[in-house]
Design a protein around this ligand. Structure first.
Ligand code: PEP
Ligand code: MG
Length: 572
């Protein structure tokens, strides 16, 4: 019997296939006692196992490359973390076996991580995987992992560990569904990097029997269990259409009648550049610099909690330069550090707030620590010196004109020879787009946070994901306000939130007047292909039809009808 489940779609596309579950048994070593005489031997075993796992993770990373490599190397740092090893040694010192000490030390650290905000909680799956790998090696048993299958399948897991996902063969794995995780979990990030559809935060997925046929829609978050004949045919047509769009020739983004919409990549650092280039990105529309602050801190300590101090000017400049060098003819829009809320950093204010998403985060945190902002802006100025790429810098979480002015003044004071812009992530910024543009020269709409703040719906909470749907007509209204304000001032207004990665929505955004689209590199080919099949007038009609709807679902349907030519031409 056909049934429908809904989670959070985090990687676009449709996958149809049989379910295989990831083995998720948590390895629980028996409690044993070792004598003080045997403790050094146990500690040696634990150290060797941790080191072997770290080396294996690094090797898997080298094989996988790209974003997966950075994730696996971060996991290797977990296996080598001196504080964790010290805790293991302490436990062995009071009689624990090596395997029990590792399991308990990791469990203690897991509890800390799980309670430290959504961003760090998202790393829990990574930590569990490292623990399982070390314990399995000590016990001499296989690590629970991806199923063996020669036939393509849809993978269902509680959550996915990067070491498994990194080596998944995209030809065999048609898509992912996870019971846990959110849009920022590694399952989501890696699914997007692999370019396979994925749905997360669907607890009921654990109950779907092995071998059941499912259809996964990574755009809507819908999973159809045992789809009927008609549903299967419709989904297969949609999937074939998407494949055809992805295979469209490369080139600059434009509608079929030649209206240019540059297609840019969202990157987290130099490791993502090859994928962006391979997808034909015309530049970078969002360089999320916070990853550098989490992984590349000056002292290198605190692998997952962020370094105690920000990386120095030279370390930052080197990373920025590598991205700028990759796009000699293109724009590179760098977002200054966006920390706080779900991404806390020890050296920024805001810790302990009762409502951190509404507290000192993003630009607010940087204005409270001007030295951190100035160092980053100076690093950007020095990285861009002598390079042909067009550097642009933007601030996250700009609320009003005063914020925009403060950021512009900081950019000028740092001697930055670059355009500076404001992200529109707070409804007030969309409402007052023209005022912001008296201070900065461009806008970039962050639809993820804009939806969160417009609908009072935490972007990490699966239960309110309906309100996080970027097709919500009220969200489209806010994007339209920002784009119209920018047009009235003769300025550009891009979109760099997840909305830009949905090909049909990309057409709608174009119709709303958005001037560039930035997305995960894997989404670019399909967005390019779908955009190239529609005129600007069709996009405008689709936008009007979507805005006239009352729900996200109706907006999607209305736009689809216009774009597929099924709607009367008078629509909108
Ligand atoms: C957004 O909020 O839409 C955005 C692009 O920023 P991030 O997802 O990094 O918060
Ligand atoms: Mg944001």
């Amino acid at each position: 019997m056909e049934s429908r489940l809904r989670g959070v779609g985090v990687s676009h596309g449709v996958a149809i296939g049989e379910v295989r579950h990831l083995g998720t048994a948590v390895l629980e070593p028996p409690a044993g006692q070792v004598s003080a005489r045997d403790a050094p031997r146990e500690l040696g075993r634990a150290r060797r196992a941790a080191e072997a796992v770290a080396a294996d993770l690094v090797a898997r990373g080298t094989l996988a490359g790209g974003e997966a490599q950075a994730v696996l190397e971060a996991q290797a740092l977990m296996a080598r973390d001196p504080e964790l090893i010290a805790d293991v040694a302490r436990r062995i010192g009071v009689g624990a076996t090596a395997e029990r000490a590792v399991a308990d030390a990791f469990a203690a650290y897991r509890a800390l991580l799980a309670g430290a905000g959504a961003y760090l909680a998202g790393r829990v799956a990574d930590l569990d995987d490292v623990r399982n790998r070390i314990v399995a090696r000590l016990l001499g048993v296989p690590v629970p992992g991806v199923p063996d299958s020669d036939e393509p399948y849809v993978l269902i897991a509680r959550d996915l560990a990067p070491a498994d996902t990194a080596l998944l063969d995209p030809a065999l794995v048609l898509g992912f569904v996870t019971q846990e995780g959110g849009p920022t979990s590694h399952s989501a990030i890696l699914a997007r990097a692999l370019g396979v559809p994925a749905v997360v935060a669907l607890p009921e997925a654990g109950d779907i029997a092995e071998g059941t046929l499912v259809a996964v829609d990574g755009s809507t978050g819908e999973v159809v269990v045992a789809p009927g004949e008609r549903e299967r045919a419709a989904l297969a047509r949609a999937a074939a259409g998407r494949r055809a769009a992805r295979e469209s020739p490369a080139g600059p983004g434009a509608t079929s009648d030649g209206h240019r919409v540059p297609l840019l990549a969202n990157v987290g650092g130099p490791a993502d550049v090859p994928a962006a280039l391979a997808a034909g990105a015309e530049g970078v529309g969002l360089f999320r610099t916070e990853f550098l602050f989490y992984e590349g801190g000056a002292a290198g300590e605190g692998f997952a909690g962020g370094a105690a101090e920000p990386p120095g000017e030279d370390v930052q400049a080197a990373a920025y330069r590598r991205v700028l060098e990759a796009f000699p003819q293109g724009r590179v829009v760098v977002r200054v550090l966006d920390a706080g809320a779900d991404k806390p950093l020890p050296f920024l204010p805001g810790a302990g707030e009762s409502n951190p998403a509404l507290g000192v985060r993003g630009l607010r945190a940087l204005l409270a620590r001007p030295d951190v902002l100035d160092t980053q802006l100076r690093a950007l100025a020095s990285a861009a010196r002598g390079l042909p790429a067009t550097l642009e810098v933007m601030a996250p979480m700009v609320a009003d004109r005063a914020d925009a002015r403060a950021f512009a003044e900081s950019c000028r004071a740092a001697g930055l020879d670059a355009a500076y812009g404001a992200m529109v992530e707070i409804p007030a910024a969309a409402l007052r787009a023209r005022a912001l543009l008296q201070e900065v020269t461009f806008l970039s709409v962050g639809t993820n946070d804009l939806a969160q703040y417009a609908f009072a719906a935490d972007r990490q909470v699966g239960a309110v994901s309906r309100l996080q749907d970027p097709w919500q007509p009220a969200l489209l209204d806010l994007v339209a306000l920002a784009a119209e304000g920018a047009a009235a001032e003769g300025r550009g207004c891009g979109v760099c939130g997840e909305a830009a990665a949905d090909p049909m929505l990309a057409c709608v955004l174009t119709g709303l007047g958005v001037t560039s689209l930035s997305m995960a590199p894997s989404a670019i080919p399909e967005v390019r292909g779908v955009l190239a099949r529609h005129t600007l007038a069709q996009c405008s009609r689709a936008a009007a039809a979507a805005r006239a709807a009352d729900t996200a679902e109706e907006a999607r349907t209305a736009a689809r009808e216009v774009l597929s030519g099924e709607a009367p031409l008078t629509a909108g």
